[in-house]
Design a binder for this molecule. Structure first.
Ligand code: ZN
Length: 249
């Protein structure tokens, strides 16, 4: 008999504010939206920051129109899971580069929102099988982890502090990456699973534009949520890889 995957440790839910930073509209909906619905339902504040507007995501649609459509879909999708603030950071879809420029943009977002938890998508090379991750996801996740540290240091991107009206923020305790093949933590999403599905379905133009035949959002999300749920002893769960942001771990 194959070894069962190890149990997931419950995520720390003793926080008030989280910031989700992902490369594209729809990224959160493929793995974290039901968890976000749970947390907003507990009275927590969750803010979304989209590094790009996913404007290169629909083959049959010009990027300028696509940007409008996808930003609108993302706002609606966020609203469904109790998120009122969605920032679009305006970086170019498909060609993000990990580096100082991207770190600065994300640092400013962390300083604006002052979260205790920052959530991003899987930035490992694969999803656990042989399918490779996408370049924007990897660039974003790596920059997020660095930006969380940059945000606390007033001498890094000091123009934001000296001229931009932002204060340093060193209060992020952990970065959580959903969808990671190395997820060791999880959260029960049984009660908010439907909101997560509705949140994905709000990306209608995008899903139709993918041209995946018979794509069923509920079925897709259920497969992952059940697997994680088995590791938590719940019907459904969302898995996360946790990166502690202190220096002692
Ligand atoms: Zn994406």
């Amino acid at each position: 008999m194959a070894d069962a995957p190890p149990p997931l440790t419950p995520l720390d839910e003793s926080w008030e504010r989280a910031l989700c930073v992902v490369a594209h509209p729809d990224d959160l909906e493929f793995g974290a939206a039901a968890a976000v619905a749970r947390w907003t339902g507990q009275g927590k504040t969750v803010v979304y920051a989209m590094v790009t507007s996913g404007e290169a995501g629909i083959d049959g649609m010009d990027p300028e129109e696509c940007r409008r459509v996808r930003e609108e879909e993302q706002r609606r999708s966020a609203e469904i899971v109790g998120v009122d603030t969605v920032e679009f950071l305006g970086q170019p879809d498909g060609v993000l580069e990990y580096g100082v420029a991207l770190r600065a943009i994300i640092t400013a977002s962390v300083r604006r929102h002052r979260p205790e938890i920052v959530i991003t998508g899987n930035f490992r090379d694969t999803w656990g099988g042989t399918n490779l991750n996408q370049a924007d996801h990897i660039a974003t996740g790596r920059a997020v982890v660095d930006a969380v540290r940059d945000a606390g240091n007033r001498w890094i991107f000091r123009d934001q502090v000296e001229d931009g009206g932002l204060e340093p923020w060193g209060g992020v305790r952990e970065v959580w990456a959903f969808g990671s093949p190395q997820s060791g933590h999880g959260v029960d999403t049984t009660d908010t699973f439907d909101a997560g599905v509705a949140s994905l379905e709000a990306h209608r133009a995008y899903i139709d534009g993918l041209g995946w035949e018979h794509f069923d959002g509920r079925e897709f999300l259920e497969g992952n949520a059940r697997q994680s749920g088995q590791r938590m002893g719940t019907a459904f769960a969302a898995g996360f890889e946790v990166f502690p942001m202190g220096w002692g771990d």
